[in-house]
Write a protein that binds this ligand. Sequence first.
Ligand code: PHE
Length: 341
Amino acid sequence: MQEMIDRLRSEALAAIHAADGEPALEAVRVAVLGRKGSLTGLLRGLKDLEGDAKRDAGAALNALKDELTAALDARLLAFSGARPVTAHAYDLTLPGRAPAPLGSRHPLLTVLEGICDIFYGMGFSRDDGPEVELDYYNFTALNFPDDHPARDIQDTFYFNEKVLLRTQTSPVQVRMMEQREPPLACIFPGRVYRNENADASHSSEFFQIEGLVVDRAVSMADLKDTVDTFVRNFFGAEAPTRFRPHYFPFTEPSVEVDMQCVACGGSGCGVCKQTGWLEIMGAGMVHPNVFRAAGYPDDRYTGFAFGMGIDRIAMLKYGISDIRLLYENDLRFLNQFRGVQ
Ligand code: PHE
C-alpha cells in the first residue's frame, strides 16, 4: 500500500508541476481527486483493509489528499497571479484612518541654521559651550570687573558663587581660544539666560550667536566686511549697516551694529521706533586681557568678536511682535511655520 501511495504522490506532484494552464491543472485534479480519481480509488479500497494496516493507510492517504489539494491551489494561484489570502491579510492600499500630523521646524532653529549657513560659506566653523557655566568664563576671563553690574544677581541666575547660567555666548570665546591656536574663525550659537521680567521684547531665556575671528593682523575693516556680508545675505537686500560706538568689557573698541530698518527701508516706522535703524548685534576687537586669559602671548594676535540675538532676527524676519511666542510652544503659532524656510 505504502508503495502505491508514494508512487501516486510523485506522479501527481509531477503532473501538477507540468500543468501549463488552468484546464490542464483541472484535468490533473479530476484524475487524482475526482470521483473516479486515483487517490479516491485508493481511499475507497481502505474498506478492504483491517486493523493497524487500515489506520496507517487511512492517515497516509488523508495527508496526501491535503498535500495535493494545497499543491493544486498554489499552482492555480500562480496562474491567476493572485496573492494567497491568509487569516492575516492586510489591504495595504486602504487609506489610513486619519492623516498623521506632521511637525515643523521651530522658526528659531530655521533662523539659527540659516545664519550658520551664511557663516559656513565664509569659512567659519561651528562650536559649542556649556549653558551651565563658570563665573570665570562668563565674566572674569572676559575682563568684567568684580563690581560690574551685569554680575548682579538681578541679571544673572547663579547656582552658587562660582556657577551660573551663562548670560551670553561670549564665554565660548575663551574656551575656544584655550583649546586652539589661531587662525580661528568660529561661530557659537546657543541658549542664554537672564533674570528678566518677561514682556513682549524680553524673555529669561533666548538665543545668541557669537562669532570669533583671531589671526595676525585682523582689523576692524574685516569685522565690518563680515557683518555686511552676513546682513546682505540674510536679509537679501542692499541694507546698509552702521557702527555706533559702545562699551563691552571684552572688546576694545566696541560697537553696536545697526542695519537699515527692513520694515520701512529707513524712512521711520513703528518697528524701528521712527529711527530708520535696527540694532542687530554687539561687536568689537578682542580685548588684550581676553587674549591674556586664554593664554595667548601678548601682542601676537588681533581679532574681532560679535554677538547677536537670534530671537530678534527671527522676529524681524517673520514679523513676530512678541518674543514670548517663541517659547510657549503654542501649536496655533508654530503650525504657521510648516514648510517655511
Ligand atoms: N555678549 C554681548 C552681549 O550679550 C554681545 C557681544 C559679543 C559684544 C561679542 C561684543 C562681542 O550683549
